[in-house]
Design a protein around this ligand. Structure first.
Ligand SMILES: Cc1cc2nc3c(=O)[nH]c(=O)nc-3n(C[C@H](O)[C@H](O)[C@H](O)COP(=O)(O)OP(=O)(O)OC[C@H]3O[C@@H](n4cnc5c(N)ncnc54)[C@H](O)[C@@H]3O)c2cc1C
Length: 599
């Protein structure tokens, strides 16, 4: 099931803060090839026909059902997107794999099962396995004969995963490692056949191990009683003198953190993509209901406040979808550029690492978008949204986990800034010269600005100014706190919020400009509307966060000066977002679905 590869320019990770690419240089859903669309369609049909009709039984954890569905999906190649064809996988390019993840995510329980198996349960072997390990395990994982799981967390160590206590000691004969400890919150734990387990050799050297369920001493525990994603299995896994053959060490002893964090990085991006799929389904459900339910002699969908909710859901989905496919395009281009030189798995991992900042953004912004969408959908359903018989109730509960696993949103916000600073200090990303240039520009005072021209030109100017605001706030923070910046978490989160808004605004803008160039402004009118509203609101959020950051860094006259500069960068015309949202809502209600699919 290999797909055609769409080659686009691979910008450097994080460079969106400094550069303004041309719309033609970014990948958008309109660029999806027929093969890539077909994969999405197959995944969507599978969930609609095979999974959703069984949602009640899945939620009740009917024994064997989720495992059976996982195997069925595997037969269609849906559980092995990232596994090369030579090991029995679907061998999809990054864009196609993203499409697959998005479309499989309509039911939260299945999305999570898929992510744990095809993502964090399989990719450690794809990226770090020896040839023997890959040949032995990957075909079984791809076919669904084995279901995978990833065991990093422990009762006392989640975010602080390196503090894990599970130990591994080599036996006297030197043939096996003996693992002892407890893993916690293991997705697929109830039925997985293969666990990637992280333990410390001699209590010190963090190492990854490939552990089969049938190995003596591997004992998955009972199902946890969770708030949501009831269809998925989550259990502890006890390791009691668990005997693991020496050849099942994955990668190198003492290098487990490299395995753990690279795989989580890939998982974060995937999580963002699955939030897009989940939210589109919820929007469709809410739009349909808004026509069925009547109040005060009208369909509730005719009320302005319901229209506003539907429109805002679609606008936020659009922003995340635009970011996700832009990043997937960069990743794919980077992988294609590296093809032919070196090891393919290592190249893939390097490409994913290059876009680690974009992956953390996808995770945080995607999960917070989905939470917004499900919350508003419950509101559209009124009291019925609070009832288990209605699907938005389940979606509301299922959404919440996304802000917690794959690195909490707090941890990912900090990572975004830490990674940026590391790149800046290492010279990979010229943030420091850019901040110095901006300081000179500020000293020189306001210059004459020409009136921008072209589609969304005013919005492009707003984004350029938002980048300046980030440099202004981040430059001040770096200068004041230097190596102690990591301790200023609230300030870091404010900066991370600005970074995320910039990537979201720019990805949305470039997509709409590309659509307008391809199909004309009239055909792209609703998309342009959506982008104008999104940017009008995101710019307010940037203002707010930049003010917070600057107030935390400066005081007295300096603060007054900095705020005056900020006001200069923040100047923008007011947009009638009420009228525009009504137009976006009309486009949703015309078809009861997300109006920008494949565009
Ligand atoms: C349903 C479910 C499925 C899961 N599946 C898996 C799986 O398959 N495999 C696996 O290994 N794990 C899995 N996990 C575990 C998950 O990754 C952790 O729950 C998550 O990493 C958070 O860790 P924690 O629960 O220990 O929270 P904690 O780390 O205790 O965090 C508690 C709070 O403190 C905050 N916090 C922690 N450290 C900092 C800091 N330095 N600065 C600021 N704030 C901080 C957090 O953001 C959070 O708000 C799963 C969890 C759940 C609930």
């Amino acid at each position: 099931m290999a797909t055609s590869v769409l080659t686009k320019t691979a910008a450097k990770g994080g460079s969106f803060l400094l550069e303004s690419p041309s719309p033609q240089d970014v990948f958008t859903p309109a660029d999806l090839s027929d093969d890539q669309k077909l994969i999405g369609q197959t995944a969507e049909e599978f969930v609609l026909k095979e999974v959703l009709p069984l949602a009640k039984e899945l939620e009740a954890k009917k024994p064997g059902l989720m495992a059976e569905l996982t195997r069925k999906a595997a037969e269609l190649g849906l559980m092995s997107g990232g596994t090369p064809e030579e090991y029995g996988g679907a061998g999809l390019d990054k864009v196609a794999a993203t499409m697959l993840t998005e479309k499989i995510a309509m039911y939260g329980g299945f999305a999570v099962t898929h992510g744990a198996h095809a993502g964090i349960g399989t990719l450690p072997l794809v990226y770090f396995g020896t040839e023997e390990q890959k040949k032995k395990y990957l075909p079984k994982l791809a076919s669904g004969e084995f279901i995978g799981a990833y065991c990093l967390s422990e009762p006392q160590a989640g975010s602080d995963a390196q503090n894990l206590l599970t130990r591994a000691e080599l036996n006297k004969e030197g043939t096996h490692y003996i693992l002892n400890g407890q893993k916690m919150w293991i997705t697929n734990g109830g039925f997985a056949d293969l666990f990637i387990v992280f333990a410390k050799v001699d209590g010190e050297k963090l190492t990854a191990f490939i552990v089969e369920r049938t190995f003596p001493g591997c004992k998955p525990g009972n199902e946890e009683h969770k708030m949501g994603i009831h269809g998925s299995s989550t259990t502890p896994v006890f390791l009691e003198n668990c005997l693991v053959p020496k050849e099942n060490v994955l990668h190198e002893i003492g290098r487990g953190h490299i395995v753990a964090f690279n795989v989580l990085n890939a998982g974060r991006f995937t999580l963002g993509a699955s939030c897009v799929g989940g939210s589109k389904y919820v929007l469709m459900t809410a739009s349909k209901y808004s026509k069925e339910r009547k109040a005060f002699g009208k369909q509730i969908g005719d009320f302005g406040l319901i229209k506003e909710k539907l429109a805002e859901m679609a606008i936020r989905i659009f922003a995340v979808e635009s970011m996700i496919y832009r990043s997937a395009g960069y990743m794919e281009a980077a992988m294609a550029a590296a093809a032919g030189s070196g090891n393919k798995a290592q190249n893939t991992m390097k490409a994913l690492e290059e876009y680690a900042i974009e992956s953390s953004i996808a995770k945080v912004y995607g999960s917070e978008m989905l939470d917004f969408v499900v919350d508003e959908a419950v509101q559209v359903f009124g009291g019925y949204g609070f009832h288990e018989d209605y699907p938005v109730c389940r979606a509301y509960r299922d959404s919440r986990i996304n802000r917690i696993f794959e690195g909490t949103n707090e941890i990912n916000r900090m990572l975004i800034i830490q990674m940026l600073m590391k790149r800046a200090l290492g010279g990979q990303l010229p943030l420091i010269p850019a901040a110095m240039k901006l300081a000179d520009e500020i000293l020189a005072g306001p210059s004459f600005e020409e009136t921008p021209e072209g589609v969304l030109a005013e919005e492009a100017r707003i984004i350029a100014n938002a980048k300046k605001m980030f440099l202004q706030a981040a430059g001040g923070a770096m200068q004041k706190y230097r190596e102690k910046l990591a301790e200023e978490q609230e300030l870091i989160a404010a900066l991370a919020n600005i970074v995320m808004e910039i990537y979201a605004m720019e990805s949305s803008l470039l997509r709409a400009q590309k659509a307008a160039a391809a199909k004309g402004e009239t055909a792209a009118a609703v998309m342009i509307d959506a982008v104008r509203v999104f940017i009008a609101d995101a710019a307010e959020r940037v203002d707010h966060e930049a003010k917070r950051a600057i107030a935390a860094v400066h005081e007295g006259d300096m603060l007054t000066t900095q705020l005056a500069v900020l006001r200069r960068f923040g100047k923008r015309p007011v947009v009638d977002t009420i009228a525009i949202r009504r137009r976006v809502a009309a486009a949703i209600q015309a078809q009861d679905r997300y109006p920008f699919e494949g565009r």
